[in-house]
Design a protein. Sequence first.
Length: 143
Amino acid sequence: MKYLPLVMLLCVPTFAEDAKIPKSKFTADGHTEDALADVKARVESKKAILLDVREDDEWQDGHLKHAKLFPFSIVRKGELTPKMKEALTKDKPIYLHCAAGGRVLSVAKLLRDKGYDIRPLKSGYDDLLKKGFEKADEEATKE
């Protein structure tokens, strides 16, 4: 009986465990099964990163708020720019999106091989907008 409080304490999850994002499950094609509402909330709260792997001209036509541009044409060469490396972290999930869910699978393999928690989204840019992801303010994103 004297050990009961210790056992109870060990069974209580810690704050760090509560805040940890669970591992993702993937479809047969390789896309994450994480719910888009969860993805959106994680990205907005900075608990996850969102990468847009479309090309620069697609990005210029419109992109999601909170997304960072990682053009497929650059990433597929296997060498990330210093700015790209700076944007990545190994302690948060990294969601990828493109126009229709295809390019993300190639980029996912390349980045996973570098040790990142990569979660490619099947939904493309237009679908993500329809699902409530916010479009970036064009004036705010100009350099």
